[in-house]
Design a protein around this ligand. Sequence first.
Ligand SMILES: [Zn+2]
Length: 106
Amino acid sequence: MKLKKGDHVIVLAGKHRGETADVLTVLTKRNAVILDSLNIAKRHSKATQAGPNRRVNQAGIIDKFMPIDASDVALWCGKHQGPAKAGYRDDKGKKVRFCRKCGEQL
Ligand SMILES: [Zn+2]
C-alpha cells in the first residue's frame, strides 16, 4: 500500500473512472481506500441546500464513503498531469515518494 491519507488520486476503474479525489482513509487490511469523491460531495451539498431532510443527507454521506480497491486508483502527479507510478528513493536518509515517470516528489 503506497497510498496515504490526504493523497490526491485518480480513479482507474469503475463508475468513477477518470475522476480525481482525495484519500480520506486507508484501509490497509482490505487494501482499499475511502475517497472524498468530488462528484458525490457535490450531490451531498445539494441535498443539504434542499432542506432539513437529514435522512437524505445521511444517505449521501454513506455513498460518499464507499471503499474502493487500492489497485483501482493511482496517485495523481500534478507535474505531468496524469496517474503516477510511485516509487521510493532515499533523500538524505529520508524515504521520499516520487513519480517514476517524471521524477516529481509526491
Ligand atoms: Zn509525474
